[in-house]
Design a protein around this ligand. Sequence first.
Ligand SMILES: O=P(O)(O)OC[C@H]1O[C@H](OP(=O)(O)OP(=O)(O)O)[C@H](O)[C@@H]1O
Ligand code: HPA
Length: 182
Amino acid sequence: MTKHAPTLTAALADAELLYSHAELESTIAHLGREIDAVLDGECAVFLTVMQGALIFAGQLALAIRTDLEFDYVHATRYRGETKGSELHWLREPGVSLEGRTVLLVDDILDEGHTLKAVRDDCLSRGARRVLVATLCTKRHDRLVEGIASDFNGVELPDRYVFGYGMDYHEQGRNLPAIYALK
Ligand SMILES: O=P(O)(O)OC[C@H]1O[C@H](OP(=O)(O)OP(=O)(O)O)[C@H](O)[C@@H]1O
Ligand code: HPA
């Protein structure tokens, strides 16, 4: 939790439940079937963007029947705040992406800076194609050009959200639902 951050209890008391655990589980199961159809038997590199994607990635991987090779990157631009800034790379991919299909997995497509940078990095490492899977996408007109999710679970209003991997000042990542600040 960042210094002087408001508490999770206070945030929850003034938050709206957007998607329940049950809704998200069934959404993720459906995403798994869509991804299987597109992979068509090809073993992709399942590249999780830590840390927010941790919970979604675990559930999504179990919903995909096609064999996968796991790897992860750690890139962050919010760093416990509710507004993003410059992207910091804390871990680059560990396996070779040359000629591979990469399934890039993240919790949220918000302004798109993070996924665009990670996707471009995968392509510069020789990935044959990069498919993007997100649990949620925020609706607003600030999305950077040239990035979109190929497999998205749910849509969000233009408000700060937390839970299901996403943090409120580094709190609340393990809440089993998605909440929005009012
Ligand atoms: O579309 P954008 O506006 O770039 O925002 C999306 C990114 O922001 C969050 O990461 P964050 O930087 O908060 O790091 P975290 O995953 O450790 O929470 C989230 O996990 C995405 O990776
Ligand atoms: O609304 C958000 N909540 C949590 N993490 C985020 N990263 C980008 N946008 C958000």
